[in-house]
Ligand binder design. Structure first.
Ligand code: HEC
Length: 290
């Protein structure tokens, strides 16, 4: 095995090792980062929903309440305001979602589906549970969700959600008498559920990791070429020349020329040694001949 092949084998092995270790670490790190970003995103969306709810109660509802006798305006309902606002946001940010998933909802679109029902049941079973997070997959991809319980803490809610008789007539006209009644004070009746797509963040993470690994491969390829060129030029070729000259000289070609003596490194010292040996041998041969 020649010198260059040995160097290249060692270099390629080290490179493969470095690539696996560094690539693995970087990929793990960016993926973790992406996941943290998704969680952050979901929590921020939840805060947006809460802000819209609060705004509706303090700024919209008081103005619209006097109209309640004539016809019911869902714009006064915080659940409606938050759901509608985030549905509009989701048009610009596909995959984002917000739902006030409820076991027995006034508006059927708020009915909890299978997995949401389980989330709500867990909240109902453990009143101390403040939020739940997790991942779900549906037709549009994998999503991360954050859920918070909706508990009836205020007796005023029961004006519309206890019995059809207690509810405003305009509400019954619009929504009927079947759904959204029978809620109890302090009961957990549903959950606010924010969902955020994980795909975008994961794709971005993969892109960053790929770019990093690509750069690493590029740098190593450059080093590989440079190392080979320098090895050839500084070591392999001059050593071969000395070996070739020594070979010729040992076979009696006394006119084998000397090497120039400018080089200051180990190869230079090898060349000088050859020159010295050549001179001594020539002198010895001369003496013998005489
Ligand atoms: C003036 C009547 C009224 C009052 C008071 C009221 N709601 Fe509602 N609520 C509604 C109506 C109507 C809807 C359905 C809105 C829609 O079309 O999405 C609704 C929807 C909801 C929903 C979404 C699930 C569903 O039933 O469709 C939740 C959760 C909710 N209300 C909770 C509350 C809470 C908590 C309170 C008290 C802080 C409260 N509501 C007070 C009328 C009322």
């Amino acid at each position: 095995m020649n010198l260059k092949l040995k160097f290249n084998l060692v270099f390629a092995t080290l490179f493969a090792l470095a690539l696996v270790v560094a690539g693995g670490i970087v990929y793990r790190l960016v993926l973790k980062n992406a996941q943290a970003e998704v969680v952050h995103d979901a929590r921020r969306m939840m805060d947006v929903a809460l802000a819209v709810r609060d705004y509706t109660v303090t700024h919209v509802k008081p103005h619209l309440d006097p109209l309640l006798d004539r016809h019911f305006l869902p714009e006064t309902v915080p659940a409606f305001a938050a759901t509608e606002t985030i549905a509009r946001l989701a048009k610009a940010q596909p995959g984002y979602g917000y739902k006030e998933a409820t076991l027995n909802p006034t508006n059927p679109r708020n009915a909890a589906v299978d997995w949401e029902r389980e989330v709500v049941e867990r909240f109902r079973a453990s009143p101390d549970l403040k939020d739940q997070t997790g991942e779900i997959a549906d037709a549009s991809g994998t999503k991360f969700y954050v859920a918070r319980p909706i508990q009836i803490r205020n007796a005023a809610c029961l004006a519309c959600h206890s019995t059809p008789e207690a509810a405003p007539a305009s509400l019954i006209t619009k929504y009927g008498r079947e759904h959204g009644f029978g809620w109890q004070l302090n009961e957990v009746i549903g959950a606010q559920v924010v969902s955020v797509p994980t795909q975008v963040a994961n794709d971005k993470a993969r892109e960053v990791a790929t770019a990093f690994i690509g750069t690493l491969v590029g740098v190593f390829a450059l080093l590989f070429v440079a190392l080979n060129m320098l090895l050839q030029r500084w070591v392999v070729t001059p050593v071969r020349q000395v070996a070739h000259a020594a070979n010729r000289f040992s076979q009696g070609e006394m006119d084998t020329p000397e090497f120039p003596e400018g080089r200051k490194d180990e190869i230079g010292s090898l060349q000088r040694s050859f020159n010295r040996m050549r001179r001594s041998l020539t002198k010895a041969m001369d003496l013998l001949r005489r």
